[in-house]
Design a binder for this molecule. Structure first.
Ligand code: 0O2
Length: 212
């Protein structure tokens, strides 16, 4: 199968997508348990929501072409890390570090790669924490290892990224330099807001702790 060219209408392609779907579901189930447990522990929802998707066949092909990979299964499996994607959205910027720490403690998964676009936002203004996670999956009586991309964002980052994705990132139509610059500036403003909300919350918690 590995050197075979991808045919997105073929049954093999759908079987492969089904494997990614199962791995995504397996990790997502664990994340929902963490969401529930963390709410009990921290007293608020440090994870506001969890969403997921399997990349569409067209989007997979586009990404492979953009990255100059021949359209083979081996290239798809080895190089496209976000076929299965899960997104965690949290209220505060400081929640991201907590969630990251919890994920590092999940047994039986391996974190293959981490990208910190919080420390250094992308040129576009995009900010988030990305992890490529290898999930062991029982499939046809053997264990196979499947990659799932996890994106952790605050609500503010998610608001910006969702709209920028619609306006600029995924559109072929170019937006003006001025509008691009505006989006970059708004990303910075939102980041500042994220940091200040986290700081105010931290101060308020310290104040409350005095009375406990
Ligand atoms: P879509 O449609 O969102 O799925 P890798 O090969 O894993 O090292 P990769 O996947 O090329 O790296 O890049 P990266 O930086 O990890 O980004 C992967 C995803 O992050 C993108 O997926 C987007 O979801 C999101 N992202 C990255 N940059 C931007 C940006 O500037 N704006 C927005 N709105 N989202 C961004 P896809 O497959 O490109 O797109």
């Amino acid at each position: 199968m590995q050197m075979i060219a991808i045919d997105t209408s073929n049954k093999n392609f759908y079987e492969l997508m089904n494997i990614y779907e199962q791995a995504k579901k397996q990790l997502e189930d664990v994340l929902f348990l963490i969401k529930y447990a963390a709410k009990q522990y921290y007293g608020y929802d440090i994870i506001s929501n969890i969403t997921s998707r399997i990349k569409t066949p067209q989007s997979i092909v586009n990404k492979m072409k953009k990255k100059n990979y021949d359209l083979t299964y081996v290239n798809l499996i080895n190089n496209i890390n976000d076929i299965a994607g899960i997104r965690i959205v949290c209220p505060m910027k400081s929640d991201i570090a907590i969630i990251k720490g919890i994920i590092h403690k999940i047994p039986n998964i391996e974190i293959l790669k981490e990208k910190d676009y919080l420390k250094q936002a992308k040129k576009s203004g995009y900010s988030a924490y990305h992890m490529i996670i290898e999930v062991p999956l029982e499939y046809e009586e053997q264990t196979i290892y499947v990659k799932v991309e996890l994106q952790i964002r605050t609500m503010a980052m998610d608001f910006w990224a969702t709209n920028e994705h619609k306006i600029k990132y995924k559109t072929n139509s170019k937006i003006s330099v001025l509008d691009s610059r505006k989006l970059e500036i708004y990303a910075k403003v939102l980041n500042k807001m994220d940091e200040e909300f986290s700081d105010i919350y931290k101060k308020q918690r310290l104040e409350m702790d005095k009375y406990i």
